[in-house]
Design a protein around this ligand. Structure first.
Ligand code: ADP
Ligand code: GLC
Length: 484
């Protein structure tokens, strides 16, 4: 089976969030199952830099605005997954992030940058593909950046391949002025409610949902939630029309990258049955972050985008009372400046108890995951979430809100779940500071008073199989269904 996996970010080439983690690890798992998979992504400088054996394989012509680009192919060294990149200095070779410049301002030509990504994916799946020897049977799109692909495939490229779109986050839709239509060579006859029009704008994500042959989301709960007004971000009507077809498949984790037994970023490694190393990681983390070195002080961890989605504003008003009872906080993240500042203030007022690192830092994210005692993730919505899965794997029980993939992966500790050894974390009863506080207090009560029970909860999570094994099979089954 030949699958083209289209995405805007892939770990370890370029990453802003969980989409990169999934785009790095799911194709590897599918390749291990025998799928002939290739990734297609933009040729950002970091990507051109990091791929091995990068070679030109075709010339891409008749593209909007830039007319011409080069298709190159290389491999990700560790996994040997093939990655095709669109090389265009005009579109992708600039300083800054994949979506915005160094000041966080979105690139004004994003519709063209990701319209081109979508267009090239469609071309490669159709009769005018410049690749004579490799034509995908399935085109697997991810999020709004690839949303126009199914539309181009159906309306313009006469592609015989089947398309699937995976929804990783409905909050980002790629809506742009209608004036982009002619630039992107999209037929205006389809700029209607039954097409890619959304409140007078061109919506990349709606196009994907409307024209794709199959739709998946990254957790079963999120598949249901997005069919409601609270989580559908305006597309709930369209989604519920196709409701019974939407398949939720929980993300897995890359166990080569996220494994406390082998993690290269830790000063000591550990496992479910040999937890001693975790204590060493904790004291090294406390030292590195300027926290008081104290094995008994409950250390709360956060690694997150600081946005409304993640709900960390709920931690701000309750953190001082937790600190007053001896808790510490290690936070790594970045996003909304108001929230960044609130946490900075907390750190300034609580030297030795609170450490706040604003920015992106891969090694520190592993060290926080391993060195902390609990991981805090009170998201208001969470399509899947990877950090709570990393928390489970690292013996850092997650404290989460009951939504999306958090609800599907974290099992609240109570008498029954503790007895049957499924308890692996703590789940809030609602998204509020009070509920977060009572949930953290419940965890602290066990952490402070019952070391054996705590160890059991840690173990329950650490011994779970969180790898892609099962979920990759589910994707394969969806591909097979599409091809029938
Ligand atoms: P989302 O994609 O919505 O941000 P996920 O939990 O799915 O949430 O994935 C987030 C990923 O990004 C995780 O791999 C996490 O470790 C990583 N991450 C988030 N913020 C940072 C940061 N400041 N530094 C390093 N890694 C980060
Ligand atoms: C998005 C979601 C996150 C999910 C990730 C990968 O970034 O916000 O919940 O884990 O995509 O699917």
């Amino acid at each position: 089976m030949r699958v083209l996996f289209v995405t805007s970010e892939v770990f370890p080439l370029i990453k802003t969030g969980g989409l990169a983690d999934v785009s790095g690890s799911l194709p590897t798992a599918l390749q291990n199952l025998g799928v002939d998979i290739r990734i297609l992504m933009p040729g950002y400088p970091a990507v051109l830099d990091k791929l091995s054996d990068l070679q030109e394989i075709a010339s891409l012509d008749n593209l909007p605005v830039i007319h011409h680009a080069t298709l190159m192919m290389g491999t990700i060294e560790d996994t040997q997954v093939k990655v095709m990149v669109i090389k265009s200095a005009q579109l992708y070779e600039r300083d800054g992030g994949p979506y915005s410049d160094a000041n966080g301002l979105e690139w004004l030509d994003n519709p063209l940058r990701f319209g081109t990504l979508s267009k090239v994916a469609a071309i490669l799946s159709g009769p005018r593909s410049p690749l004579a020897d490799w034509r995908p049977e399935i085109v697997h799109c991810n999020d709004w950046q690839t949303g126009l692909t199914p539309a181009y495939m159906k309306l313009l490229e006469q592609s015989q391949a089947k398309s699937m779109i995976s929804l990783h986050n409905m909050a980002f839709q790629g809506c742009y002025a209608a004036s982009w239509l002619p630039t992107l060579a999209l037929p205006s006859t389809h700029f209607t409610q039954e097409g890619f029009e959304y409140h007078g704008q061109l919506s990349f994500l709606k196009a994907g949902i409307f024209y794709a042959d199959a739709i998946t989301t990254v957790s079963p709960s999120y598949a249901k939630e997005i069919q409601t007004a609270e989580f559908g971000f305006g597309l709930e009507g369209l989604l519920s029309r196709r409701g019974h077809e939407i398949k939720g498949i929980l993300n897995g984790i890359e166990t080569d990258e996220w494994n406390p037994e082998t993690d290269q970023y830790l000063i000591a490694n550990y496992s479910a049955n040999k937890l001693a190393g975790k204590k060493l990681v904790k004291s090294a983390l406390q030292e590195r972050l300027g926290l008081k070195i104290d094995a008994d002080a409950p250390l709360l961890g956060v690694v997150s985008r600081l946005t409304h989605q993640k709900g960390l504003d709920m931690l701000v008003p309750i953190m001082q009372s937790l600190i007053n009872t001896g808790c510490q906080l290690a936070l790594l993240g970045g996003g909304e400046s108001e929230l960044e500042n609130a946490f900075r203030h907390l750190a300034i007022n609580n030297l030795g108890s609170v450490s706040v690192t604003i920015g992106y830092n891969e090694p520190l994210s592993h060290q926080i995951m391993a060195g902390c005692d609990m991981f805090i993730m009170p998201s208001r919505f969470e399509p899947c979430g990877l950090n709570q899965l990393y928390g489970l794997a690292y013996g850092t029980p997650p404290i989460v809100n009951a939504t999306g993939g958090l609800a599907d992966s974290v099992i609240d500790t109570n008498i029954i779940t503790f007895k049957n050894k499924t308890a692996n974390g703590f789940v809030m009863s609602e998204a509020s500071p009070a509920s977060l506080l009572s949930c953290i207090r419940q965890a602290l009560n066990i952490f402070n008073n019952d070391a054996n029970a705590w160890r059991q909860i840690q173990k329950n999570g650490m011994l779970q199989n969180l790898s892609w094994d099962k979920s990759a099979l589910e994707y394969l089954a969806e591909y097979e269904k599409l091809m029938q």
